[in-house]
Design a protein around this ligand. Structure first.
Ligand SMILES: Nc1ncnc2c1ncn2[C@@H]1O[C@H](COP(=O)(O)OP(=O)(O)OP(=O)(O)O)[C@@H](O)[C@H]1O
Ligand SMILES: [Mg+2]
Length: 332
């Protein structure tokens, strides 16, 4: 059984073909690039998706040596995400499903990050840290849903890194550049910045303001500021993760989402896992960011477990679709 997955929640338009055994037969993507110092503009990103969608789809089918006739089901990311971007993926998915008469399966994008990460790493029942542009959540599976054991109270970790980077004039997304500069900090010169953990939730907005001020007003060395920003924000996440591990007793911990590409964050989490006698898993960097494979694999799992599909006329998108409202039939 083959599934075509279509991803278009934010900057990336992606199509991938995945088989029932979890083999990723193709993974084609094209990402919208915002001008330096600017954030993602939903209308511009959706225009990008419209322009590249045919080529990305063709590439995904070609790389998988498949035609639309070989595809058994179509999955599309139905939220959460930017409305104009989500709608492009949904239009492509509806058109293909209607024309080729294939079952159409809406997928929660955050769930896609988790399920592909679990399949690729072999984690069975992990505590999950989902860290991306749109999410900062600590989750554990219980009673049919992913339950939240901590999240951000304001901006996400991805927004913290991107908004800081943009204020410094970097091109978005900025997480990789912040990591590179932090690694160049010669003296590992740490400046104390606001460290805010409330209960098991985190807050990054005060940290963002203070880091920008440190760089712009106090003219601190930029690599030292990046180093201090990473150390502070990642320590907050590691503290919340360690408390959740201790509370839930999970023997596995998995990090997914675009920020999981960061090696310093991974090493802090590895230390927390070692203390809690828990195995650490990280989604392979290639699949850490948005891609069609996460949507295809999750649609396959859902369809195999429930045979749920939506009629083309009912295939809508939801900009703010929280993961902890999604029923997951294939886990226990
Ligand atoms: N090496 C890195 N270190 C830290 N952050 C990184 C790194 N590489 C990428 N990122 C960050 O990952 C984020 C993008 O992740 P992803 O593509 O999963 O998010 P998104 O699709 O925007 O959000 P969501 O998945 O929640 O809808 C950006 O904020 C980017 O700066
Ligand atoms: Mg994502």
């Amino acid at each position: 059984m083959l599934c075509l997955g279509i991803e278009s929640t934010a900057h990336t338009f992606g199509c991938a073909v995945v088989d029932r055994n979890g083999k990723v037969l193709s993974d084609a993507r094209d990402a919208y690039k915002a001008p330096e110092g600017k954030g993602i503009h939903p209308r511009e990103a959706s225009r990008h998706h419209i322009e590249v969608s045919s080529q990305v789809l063709r590439q995904a089918l070609e790389d998988a040596s498949a035609t639309m006739k070989d595809v058994d089901i179509i999955g599309y990311s139905a939220g959460p995400g930017l409305g104009p971007c989500l709608r492009v993926g949904a239009v492509v998915a509806r058109t293909l499903a209607g024309f080729y008469k294939k079952p159409l399966v809406p997928v929660n994008h955050a769930l896609g990050h988790i399920e592909l990460g679990a399949m690729l790493t072999g984690a069975h029942d992990p505590l999950v840290l989902l860290v991306s542009g749109g999410h900062t959540m600590i989750l554990a599976f219980s009673h049919g849903r992913w339950r939240v054991f901590g999240e951000t109270l304001d901006i996400t970790i991805g927004q913290l890194l991107d908004q800081f980077g943009r204020a410094m004039g970097f091109a978005s997304p900025c997480g990789g550049k912040v990591e590179q500069l932090a690694g160049e900090s010669q003296q590992k010169n740490y400046t104390q910045l606001p460290y805010v953990v409330k209960g098991n939730d985190v807050s990054f907005s005060g940290l963002l303001t203070a880091a920008v001020r440190l760089a712009q007003k106090d003219k601190a060395d930029l690599s030292d500021v990046c180093y201090s920003l990473q150390e502070t924000s990642f320590a907050m996440l590691a503290e919340a993760v360690e408390r959740a591990l201790s509370f839930t007793g999970k023997r596995e911990m998995m990090i997914v989402g675009g920020v999981s590409a960061n090696r310093r964050l991974a090493s802090m989490l590895e230390s927390a896992c070692a203390r809690q006698d828990s195995r650490f898993f990280a989604c392979p960097i290639k699949f850490a960011g948005d891609n069609g494979a996460q949507i295809a694999w999750t649609a396959l799992l859902d369809y195999a477990a429930t045979k749920n599909k939506v009629a083309v006329k009912d295939a809508s998108v939801t900009q703010s679709w929280r993961l902890d409202t999604v029923n997951v039939a294939w886990r226990n």
